[in-house]
Ligand binder design. Structure first.
Ligand code: SAM
Length: 243
C-alpha cells in the first residue's frame, strides 16, 4: 500500500543522507578538499567535473532481521548497501540494530541501512539503471500453492526489472532450503537471456557467496536443523544471450 510509506517517483528525488549520514558527509568533505587543492595547484584539472557522490551498490531483498547486511557491512566497508523489507516492525528492528552497531563501533556500519518497501513494486523508484552490483535474495518466501507462484520474488518479469537496476557483470544471489523453490529460481534464471550462471570456481573466490548459507537468521535456523540449501548465483550480462 503506497499510503503506508513514501515512495519517490524517481531515484534522483530520493535523499540518501538520512540513511548514510556519516559516510556521505565524509565523501562530500573529501571531494571539497580535492576540489580545493585542484583549484590551488592545478588550474587545468579544476575544470574536471567533481566525482559523483557514492550510490547504493548492494541490496538485500527481503532482508528480514538483517543478519547478512551486518556481515556485508564490515566485509565491504566502502560500499553502500541497503536491506529492503516489507514488514514494518522487522524494518524498525534492523534500523535499531544498525544504529546500535554504529554507536558501539564508531566508524563502522555507516555504509549499511534498511528501508521499508515492497521490493516487488518499487525498485526502479530507488535505483537508476545499472546502479547495483550485487542483489541478494536469501530464503525468500516459498508461496507453495500453484495459484500463489506469481507472488514469488524471482519470476521472469521481475528478473527483467532486476537486470535493469543491475550493472552488467553484477551478481544476483539466491538461496533456499525449499528444493522446489531452489529449482524454480534456477529454471527462471537459466531461461532469462540477460543472466548467466556463475561457475563454482568463481563462487569459491567470492567472499559474499560464502555468507549465503549461515549469515541470515533464516539460514542459521536451517543450519541448526541440519537442512540442505540450494544456492543459485547468476551474472547480469551486458547483452542478451541466445537461448
Ligand atoms: N532474507 C532473510 C533471511 O534469510 O533471514 C528473511 C527471509 S524471510 C523467509 C522473507 C522475508 O522477505 C520476510 O522478512 C518478508 O517480510 C520479506 N518480504 C516478502 N515480500 C517482500 C517484498 N515484496 N518486499 C520486501 N520484502 C519482502
Amino acid at each position: 500500500n503506497v499510503a503506508d510509506f513514501d515512495v519517490p517517483t524517481r531515484p534522483e528525488e530520493f535523499d540518501w543522507s538520512e540513511h548514510f549520514p556519516e559516510f556521505l558527509k565524509e565523501c562530500h568533505d573529501r571531494q571539497l578538499q580535492q576540489q580545493q587543492s585542484r583549484e590551488e595547484g592545478f588550474a587545468q584539472s579544476s575544470r574536471l567535473p567533481s566525482p559523483e557522490s557514492p550510490a547504493v551498490r548492494f541490496v538485500d531483498i527481503g532482508c528480514g532481521f538483517g543478519g547478512l547486511l551486518v556481515k556485508l557491512a564490515t566485509l565491504y566497508p566502502n560500499t553502500l548497501m541497503l536491506g529492503m523489507e516489507i514488514r514494518d516492525k522487522v524494518t524498525a528492528y534492523v534500523r535499531e540494530r544498525i544504529a546500535s552497531l554504529r554507536r558501539e563501533h564508531p566508524g563502522s556500519y555507516r555504509n549499511a541501512s534498511v528501508l521499508r518497501t515492497n521490493a516487488m513494486k518499487y525498485l526502479p523508484n530507488y535505483f537508476k539503471k545499472g546502479q547495483l552490483t550485487k542483489m541478494f535474495f536469501l530464503f525468500p518466501d516459498p508461496h507453495f500453492k500453484t495459484a500463489n507462484h506469481r507472488r514469488r520474488i524471482i519470476n521472469t518479469h521481475l528478473l527483467t526489472e532486476y537486470a535493469h537496476v543491475l550493472a552488467p557483470g553484477g551478481w544476483l544471489y539466491t538461496i533456499s532450503d525449499v528444493p522446489e523453490l531452489g529449482e524454480w529460481m534456477k529454471v527462471k534464471l537459466d531461461s532469462h537471456p540477460l543472466f548467466e550462471r556463475v561457475s563454482e570456481e568463481e563462487l569459491a573466490a567470492d567472499p559474499a557467496a560464502g555468507l549465503l548459507v549461515q549469515s541470515s537468521e533464516e539460514g542459521q535456523k536451517v543450519a541448526r536443523n541440519g537442512g540442505e540449501t540450494y544456492r543459485n548465483v547468476y551474472r547480469r550480462l551486458a547483452a542478451p544471450r541466445h537461448l
